[in-house]
Ligand binder design. Structure first.
Ligand SMILES: Cc1ncc(C[n+]2csc(CCOP(=O)(O)OP(=O)(O)O)c2C)c(N)n1
Ligand SMILES: [Mg+2]
Length: 285
């Protein structure tokens, strides 16, 4: 990926992060950390010319790729992304989790245009993604099914049941990402129930599996390109990320999982994100 494309993706990721902060500050509280850590991936997938095939004007396009965010508490990250791509007006971010909103805190395919699967009960989205990928494969359909898992989420037995079946069914139309931010709701994943060498574990389950820096758009795109060349196996891209990345008060902080954001803090976070955008604009020249 050339420098310009890399910077464009970083800028789009920062815009996503600003949308996340806007939505959560609007309500006053929300799942910040695990939303911010996904911004670079969502940028690589959804930016103009990104990896995920979609059409904001035709969200139900049958040849589109799917994104199933099994860690459904990261809903604000998807909403910020979809708003930037014109699925709905950015002002709607201010309705996050309020009565009658179309943007509940956890993803709901029946409420939000552009959301492909209802998620929030950790582990379930893994199974639904596997089912959706299997159905598309049986139909010989061209779609890629992208799945996003959390690292804490991957302590769920359901994830490993899915891993068995996806390999058995040779689901090479499924590319999964683990947002390996090393933190779950109330502590470090390694201290609570370590995943160990998760790349090797997925390989042992019959998957193609690689690590990538989850904050480097070039590394993410290269891993996706590689996964797309794999035949007869599902792919797992383990993204090394920082929970709460993008704002000095939340980066690497366990308490960023779900936290309050005041209007003053929103401005602080915006200032850091705007400074990063200015720097990437400079680098892109
Ligand atoms: C089955 C289930 N158990 C518990 C929860 C409550 N819960 C929501 S988020 C979370 C922590 C998830 O950690 P991780 O997957 O690492 O997410 P991230 O760090 O990306 O926010 C928990 C325990 C849930 N949503 N579903
Ligand atoms: Mg985590």
């Amino acid at each position: 990926m050339d420098k310009r494309a890399w910077c464009e993706r970083k800028i789009f990721a920062k815009e996503i992060q600003k949308g996340i902060v806007r939505a959560i500050a609007g309500l006053g509280v929300g799942h910040l950390g695990g939303a911010l850590s996904l911004a670079d991936l969502l940028s690589v997938l959804y930016c103009d010319g990104g990896a995920l095939k979609h059409d904001p004007k035709n969200p139900q396009w049958k040849d589109r790729d799917w994104l199933i965010c099994s860690k459904g508490h990261a809903g604000p990250a998807l909403y910020a992304t979809l708003a930037l791509r014109g699925y709905f007006p950015p002002e709607e971010l201010d309705t996050l989790n309020r009565p009658h909103t179309r943007l509940p805190s956890h993803c709901d395919r029946n409420l939000t245009v552009g959301i492909d699967m209802t998620t929030g009960s950790l582990g379930q989205g893994a199974s639904t993604a596997c089912g959706v990928a299997l159905a598309h494969k049986m139909n010989g359909a061209p779609n890629t099914i992208y799945l996003v898992l959390g690292d804490g989420e991957s302590q769920e037995g359901q994830v490993w049941e899915m891993a068995l079946l996806a390999a058995q069914k040779k689901l090479d139309n499924m590319i999964a990402f683990m947002d390996y931010n090393h933190m779950q709701i109330d502590g470090a994943t390694d201290e609570i129930n370590s995943l160990g060498d998760v790349v090797r574990k997925f390989r042992a389950f019959g998957w193609f599996s690689v690590e990538a820096d989850g904050h480097d758009p070039g590394a993410l795109q290269a891993a996706i390109d590689l996964a797309k060349t794999v035949k007869g196996k599902p792919s797992m891209i383990v993204m090394n990320t920082i929970k709460g990345e993008g704002w000095s008060k939340s980066a690497g902080v366990v308490g960023s999982h779900s936290r309050n954001i005041s209007k003053e803090e929103m401005e602080e976070a915006y200032a850091e994100m705007d400074a990063a955008i200015a720097q990437y604009r400079e680098e892109a020249k």
